[in-house]
Design a protein. Structure first.
Length: 428
């Protein structure tokens, strides 16, 4: 795949579909396809384990355990097990969703994501009639405004463009609200509700105050993100996608994991946003292994196997996550058109460095070099290499990515503490 422009998406004026700048002209089939390759490494689906995974995972994926040592206890090395919470009977999908709701509703004010009702008057009031002063961004879907509800809650209000190609925007709007209504996780942007009023389509979500990861990597917010913060962000994103892939009622593929879709809180923790392209994964209970669908996503992040075959699985998110890991280490955008030819595709350039035993020279030059950093970037790029495997079956699951990152963070913290101790004893 080649692209002469940056990774930002553009709207194709001819059909209104958010697309990459690459001239992809794919047909939509949207069928569930069966194949002999099992989506879950040949394991038989066990409803009891699945429910246990669902409930334990819901807890786990929602909270970052405070103690790195606790990772294995929470995540285990194989299936999730927790005799105290695992139900004894198998349940249907909708009952599983009920379990998730019960857990999540304890931790939030809203009982059900998206259940708040909005009126056009309320939205106009919250945004001072869509005042430009309240505008905080613009994406393929439309303008984004910051608003304040009557109870004082700050929200992000996404107002769909009024376009000649209403049909495609409508599909994106439906996709976003349908997906958002099914999910709730600490590291996914929270869905408050939506409004359809005449030709207005509005999505109201949690306001995340500290800009996008891409802006931070570009240095827009001043302070450079240190490696510890970058690893935390990678873990938050891994947990959020693991949740989408494994703990929702039906697995969800985000399809647009990228640094400008990662919003940061004041404490530099990540919230994944933008579900306009998300869609349900194949139904493994029926033996399907992938969904055949029109290619969507952003240039530079797109899984080459999905591009070639139109077969979409959770591993396409894993590929995009691999690109994100390279971005975190190098600070560069996935495609850097102004660089010399062999450095333009950042992942390819960084992987070449890694394979030549020279990972250090791919490191963001603004990051400090320490023993901990050296080891961590080596390991992060090794994980990125696995995520970027050309064939999906060679990529790790998102859950495995989280585990690996967790242990990278543990080692990094230990080495950083040792560095600090030896520095202070040397300076005495
Ligand atoms: N929940 C939010 N809280 C704070 N700012 C937000 C929020 N959602 C979006 N924004 C801001 O609005 C911008 C546009 O967001 P949006 O999700 O519509 O588009 P995008 O992901 O940047 O682009 P595209 O839709 O083409 O992928 C973001 O880059 C961000 O700066």
């Amino acid at each position: 795949m080649t692209s002469s422009s940056s990774s930002s998406r553009s709207r194709n004026p001819s059909n209104g579909v958010r697309s990459t700048p690459d001239p992809f002209a794919y047909s939509t089939t949207s069928t569930y396809s069966k194949s002999s390759v099992s989506r879950k490494s040949g394991a038989c689906w066990n409803p009891i384990k699945a429910v246990a995974r669902n409930i334990v995972g819901a807890f786990v994926a929602c909270f970052t355990p405070p103690d790195p040592e606790g990772y294995k206890k929470f995540w285990g090395s194989g299936d999730f097990r927790s005799p105290s919470v695992a139900p004894k009977m198998s349940r249907t999908n909708s009952e599983r969703r009920g379990s998730n709701r019960a857990i999540y509703s304890n931790s939030t004010k809203e009982k059900v994501p998206g259940s708040m009702k909005f009126t056009m008057e309320g939205i106009s009031k919250a945004t001072r009639n869509f005042s430009p002063a309240f505008k905080i961004g613009q994406g393929g879907f439309g303008m984004v405004y910051k608003g304040r509800l009557d109870d004082g809650t700050f929200v992000a209000i996404k107002r769909a463009k009024k376009s000649v190609d209403d049909k495609h925007l409508g599909v994106e709007f439906q996709s976003e609200i349908t997906t958002l209504a099914q999910v709730e996780h600490l590291h996914l942007v929270k869905f408050y509700g939506y409004l359809e009023h005449g030709d207005e389509r509005i999505v109201v979500v949690e306001y995340v105050p500290n800009g996008t990861l891409r802006e931070h990597l570009d240095g827009v917010h001043g302070k450079v993100l240190d490696l510890a913060a970058r690893v935390d962000i990678a873990i938050d994103v891994a947990h959020a996608i693991t949740y989408l892939h494994m703990y929702t009622d039906h697995p969800i593929i985000h399809r647009d994991i990228k640094s400008s879709n990662i919003l940061l809180t004041e404490k530099l923790r990540a919230k994944v946003t933008d579900f306009g392209f998300a869609r349900l994964a194949a139904d493994i209970d029926s033996g399907a292994t992938h969904v055949s669908t029109q290619v969507k996503g952003t240039a530079g992040y797109l899984d080459p196997e999905y591009l070639r075959t139109y077969q979409l699985t959770e591993k396409s998110d894993v590929y995009s996550f691999g690109v994100l890991l390279v971005e975190l280490v190098t600070g560069r955008r996935p495609i850097e058109p102004k660089r010399e030819l062999r450095e333009r595709i950042t992942a390819r350039w960084a992987m070449r460095k890694f394979n030549n035993g020279d990972a250090i020279s791919a490191l963001d030059p603004r990051l400090q070099l320490t023993t901990g950093t050296n080891l961590a970037i080596e390991k992060i790029l090794e994980l990125a290499l696995q995520c970027l495997a050309p064939r999906r079956q060679n990529r790790p699951s998102m859950r495995r990515c989280g585990e690996i990152l967790w242990s990278i963070r543990k080692d990094y913290r230990e080495l950083s503490a040792m560095d600090l101790r030896s520095y202070s004893s040397n300076s005495q």
